[in-house]
Ligand binder design. Structure first.
Ligand code: IPE
Ligand code: IPE
Ligand code: MG
Length: 245
């Protein structure tokens, strides 16, 4: 596959559920947290490749609302790893003109994580090559609940009337506002579920499941997913004939 072939018809918004870090480590007789550390390598490779391919929006599911139920020790390691990665990758974000965005319930994150995120988000806000969104302490249901609360508050204060609520109003109140709909959603590690990710924005996404565990996922695996995506016919409710016409 020649790079230039791959570059046509790419998803504008690619989202990835980075799964399988724990199993990767357990398979090697190591502690689960080693898997997370190796997951960072995969993340670097995928982000770099997405930049090369000029994918406009890349969203990565890094920590879910449900992940707060994991052992405290694992959560602690993940939070430290996140801050260390933000620091080590900071220069690369600037060099590649990547804008960092965060979606999720930020208040639940430890202060040192919130501070680091705020800093990197503000320092990269004017970058325009790619928007890299980290879904952190993120849950699709929590996002929709929060959205409903915000809209209800506006209705109560007569800022908007119930008749004005349409899809665009809902879109404007999501954590993921400003992001286009997801075109391609990849999940690694062989699990075939959504696990509460981006419920609203994946409504018409193409789904791709890879058997590869996230720490082993690389550029070639990403290419495979993209090639598969390019072969799909996205009909959005229409008939094939209508699309050709
Ligand atoms: C994904 O890997 C990373 C996070 C959820 C933070 P897991 O930690 O879920 O790995 P498995 O699924 O247990 O192998
Ligand atoms: C989903 O993976 C969350 C992230 C990848 C951050 P999980 O491993 O937490 O999901 P389940 O438990 O398999 O559904
Ligand atoms: Mg998992």
């Amino acid at each position: 596959m020649i790079m230039s072939d791959l570059k046509n018809d790419l998803p504008k918004h690619l989202a990835i559920i980075m799964d399988g870090n724990g199993r990767w480590a357990e398979n090697k007789g190591k502690n689960r947290v080693k898997g997370h550390a190796h997951g960072v390598r995969a993340l670097q490779e995928v982000v770099e490749e997405a930049v090369q391919l000029k994918i406009e929006y890349l969203t990565l599911y890094a920590f879910s609302t449900e992940n707060w139920n994991r052992p405290q020790e694992e959560i602690g390691v993940l939070m430290k790893l996140l801050v260390n990665t933000l620091r080590s990758e900071f220069e690369k974000l600037l060099e590649n003109r990547i804008k960092l965005k965060v979606v999720g319930n930020m208040d639940q994150l430890p202060n040192f994580v919130q501070e680091e995120l705020r800093y990197v988000v503000s320092q990269t806000q004017n970058n325009n090559e790619m928007t890299l969104t980290l879904a952190l302490s993120y849950g699709g249901r929590e996002e929709l609940t929060n959205t409903l609360k915000k809209i209800a508050e506006k209705v109560k204060n007569n800022i908007i009337s119930p008749e004005d609520i349409d899809e665009s109003v809902i879109n404007e109140h999501l954590y993921t506002r400003g992001l286009p709909e997801v075109d391609l959603l990849i999940r690694t590690s062989g699990e075939k579920r959504i696990s509460n990710f981006m419920l609203w924005k994946i409504a018409y996404a193409e789904l791709y499941f890879s058997e590869v565990l996230w720490p082993d996922f690389g550029k070639e695996d990403l290419h495979k997913a993209l090639i598969c995506y390019q072969k799909r016919e996205r009909r959005f409710g229409k008939t094939s004939k209508q699309l050709i016409g």
